[in-house]
Design a protein around this ligand. Structure first.
Ligand SMILES: [Zn+2]
Length: 166
């Protein structure tokens, strides 16, 4: 029956991604153990950087595994309660176990890390452009309030700068 289910293929693709990452995580744990042991054995050895790099990789891979798990749940018509972790039907507005309210977009396909990062960059850019506007407004207000003498100084600076550039 699973053979005729197109979702089964998608799910097994996600499962493969999870398996690959899980085995990478295991490999990194092994390497960290060895690096730490070498450092323990010989006080002149400092493997901190190599250990940290692997710790960061484990964190990233673990997050990706969680993302794939959510994607698999979504394909199965389920979502996870952000409060208690219980699997709920996609259309539920509240967790049937703990009663926590789901976000309105909780029934939408879960975003991957890449998509989340893109959304975050967009948010930061938006905030930055807003800050710029506020800054510009403050600058304009300051210029308006400035003495004519200050304006002259500014002009002088500009011409000095231009001379340097030339
Ligand atoms: Zn819950």
């Amino acid at each position: 029956m699973a053979l005729f289910d197109p979702k089964a293929k998608v799910i097994s693709g996600y499962q493969k991604s999870i398996d690959e990452r899980t085995s990478s995580i295991r490999k990194y744990y092994d390497e960290i153990g060895k690096l730490y042991y070498d450092q323990y054995k010989d006080m002149n050895v400092d493997n901190t950087k190599d250990i940290n790099t692997r710790c960061e990789a484990i964190t990233r891979l673990s997050n990706e595994v969680e993302d794939y798990k959510l994607k698999i749940l979504f394909e199965k018509g389920l979502k996870k309660c952000p409060v208690c972790g219980t699997e709920n039907s996609l259309e539920y507005g509240f967790c049937f176990k703990c009663g926590a309210k789901f976000d309105e977009d909780s029934a939408e396909a879960p975003k991957s890390d890449f998509e989340k990062a893109a959304a975050q960059i967009e948010e930061v850019a938006e905030a930055a452009s807003e800050a710029e506007t506020v800054e510009e407004a403050a600058e304009e207000a300051a210029e308006e309030a400035a003495e004519p003498a200050a304006e002259e100084t500014k002009e002088e600076k500009k011409s000095t700068k231009k001379k340097k550039e030339d």
